[in-house]
Design a binder for this molecule. Structure first.
Ligand SMILES: CC(C)(COP(=O)(O)OP(=O)(O)OC[C@H]1O[C@@H](n2cnc3c(N)ncnc32)[C@H](O)[C@@H]1OP(=O)(O)O)[C@@H](O)C(=O)NCCC(=O)NCCS
Length: 185
């Protein structure tokens, strides 16, 4: 009897917890709905959990079957674009910006110079948790960027890159083999 009561009260508690978390998720869900109207986001693109921000007057395109984890930030300034290809896995806390201050200048000045550039991520990429992608960087198809890396230059397709700044660790073995076979044959 006591077991049954405990079981039922746990069920009620969990249900209440679900309702509460759905309630607190509502502002994020509304924001994601707005992003789908403002930017070019494929219907199958998934905002995988809460806290992600898309902003700026530029263009943001997210491809079929891709997702972004929680607390991502994607900024496309006016005249620039961020493209996330198809079937990409963009993990949690990834930050993508198309404009930054130029570092070598007097920050006390009212008008500051900025560096801007498109960020383009190919298809089938996996961007690890906490990665920062600088303005103007491109990541080729099927490449992986290790957790907490800072991408400061273009990363070619079919490789694994990591670190701050992100450097190529290696090309994927299938690609290496294919290239070696092509060279041999
Ligand atoms: C980049 C990654 C895919 C490499 O995995 P792997 O192919 O198994 O490589 P290894 O762990 O054998 O590491 C290879 C080398 O890269 C280094 N390395 C691996 N990940 C690194 C990272 N994130 N930053 C810097 N260096 C890294 C290792 O220290 C090692 O260096 P060494 O050869 O000098 O010893 C993996 O480490 C990673 O970061 N995965 C992302 C995990 C993540 O974000 N998960 C979130 C959920 S989606």
């Amino acid at each position: 009897m006591i077991n049954k009561i405990l079981h039922i009260s746990m069920k009620v508690l969990f249900k209440f917890g679900d309702l509460l978390s759905n309630f607190f998720a509502l502002p994020d869900k509304i924001r994601y709905f707005e992003y789908r109207k403002k930017y070019h986001i494929h219907e199958s693109f998934n905002f995988n959990n809460l806290g992600t921000l898309f902003y700026g007057e530029g263009e943001i395109r997210c491809g079929e079957g891709s997702y972004i984890g929680r607390y991502g930030q994607v900024f496309a300034c006016k005249g620039c674009k961020v493209i996330i290809g198809k079937h990409c896995e963009i993990s949690h806390f990834v930050k993508i910006y198309t404009s930054n201050n130029e570092a070598d200048q007097d920050m006390s000045q009212k008008f500051r110079k900025e560096k801007t550039g498109d960020v383009i991520i190919g298809d089938y990429c996996w961007i690890g948790a906490g990665v920062f992608i600088n303005a103007g960087c491109k990541i080729g198809d099927n490449s992986v960027i290790g957790a907490n890396s800072v991408v400061t230059k273009d990363i070619p397709a079919h490789c694994i890159a990591a670190g701050a700044p992100a450097k190529i660790l290696k090309f994927k073995s299938y690609f290496d083999k294919q290239n070696k076979t092509d060279l041999a044959g």
